[in-house]
Design a protein around this ligand. Structure first.
Ligand SMILES: Nc1ncnc2c1ncn2[C@@H]1O[C@H](COP(=O)(O)OP(=O)(O)O)[C@@H](O)[C@H]1O
Ligand SMILES: [Mg+2]
Length: 266
């Protein structure tokens, strides 16, 4: 079932995080994080190494429990105790390692782990479902009977994303989906992300690549040292984004303040 057939309008608020903090012993990985995700939008999560991106995604994936704060999902407060619960509720994650089986074909990989679902299908039905989904996503996979081992990096990413869509999640989180890809394959995956967005899913995209982020994101949320450090759009300049990521803004403000104080002090 597509999002549209569920009667939900694009733009509905799906996920609202407020005051989310995460401590690992003495380390504060996240502090007072705020994040909203709507249906049919791509929210990019960017920040330097150690900014807290992975910790935030793992918190939403049910891998980590926040130390403080609240998660509202479809208008209700929720606890995401386990990865299984997050997935069941409709929060899907494509981790960077993709977790695909090299020796199995596309169909087998798409349905891997879904064996216990009530809608479990037979081989022919699975093949048809796989083919239909990939067609819908305009994915460039020559055959669904191709083993993963013979696919390109972009095609693997496509299979992993398609797999996460089978349970029709409200939110799909992608961790560095273009990190290992060349130019053409990156373009393919970015197109796919747009199609996923257009189906009405809320997409959280983690990426180091500002060009990719600016190409597909509706909003760009910057994390720095575990805290929010601004929300941007692709209309903001590259320099503005980089300044928020690196903290150069803070430096230039304090430098400016210092200069004013200097002037005033004579
Ligand atoms: N399991 C963990 N135990 C202890 N510290 C962690 C753990 N996971 C992440 N951290 C720390 O939390 C901070 C944020 O890390 P992370 O979320 O991986 O950032 P990013 O993904 O943006 O690079 C870092 O200081 C990191 O060392
Ligand atoms: Mg990370």
């Amino acid at each position: 079932m597509t999002k549209a057939s569920r009667g939900r309008d694009h733009g509905d608020l799906i996920l609202r995080l407020r005051g989310i903090s995460k401590q690992f012993g003495a380390i504060t990985a996240l502090e007072d994080i705020e994040l909203d995700v709507h249906a049919g939008e791509v929210v990019a999560l960017v920040g330097d190494n150690g900014a807290g991106k992975s910790t935030l995604v793992k918190t939403l994936a049910g891998v980590h429990q926040p130390t403080a704060g609240s998660i509202q999902y479809l208008g209700k407060p929720v606890t995401l105790d386990t990865p299984g619960k997050a997935l069941e509720m409709g929060i899907a994650t494509v981790f960077q390692d993709l977790s695909l089986c090299e020796n199995l074909d596309v169909v087998a990989n798409l349905f891997l782990g879904h064996e216990l679902n009530p809608w479990r299908l037979n081989e022919v039905q699975m093949e048809v479902r796989a083919w239909t989904l990939l067609q819908e996503l305009a994915a460039r996979i020559p055959s669904v009977r191709e083993p993963i081992a013979s696919l390109s990096g972009g095609q693997r990413q496509t299979v992993a994303i398609a797999r996460s869509l089978l349970l029709d999640p409200h939110i799909i989180m992608l961790d560095e989906p273009t990190a290992a890809l060349g130019v053409a394959q990156t373009a393919e995956v970015l197109n796919l992300i747009e199609r996923v967005r257009d189906r009405g899913h809320g997409v959280i995209l983690i990426s180091h690549n500002m060009e990719d982020v600016r190409a597909v994101a509706d909003r760009i949320v910057v994390l720095r040292l575990g805290r929010n450090n601004g929300v941007f759009t692709p209309d903001n300049t590259h320099e503005e984004l980089v300044a928020a990521i690196t903290g150069a803004t803070e430096n230039s403000v304090s430098r400016r303040t210092a200069r004013i104080l200097e002037t005033q002090g004579g």
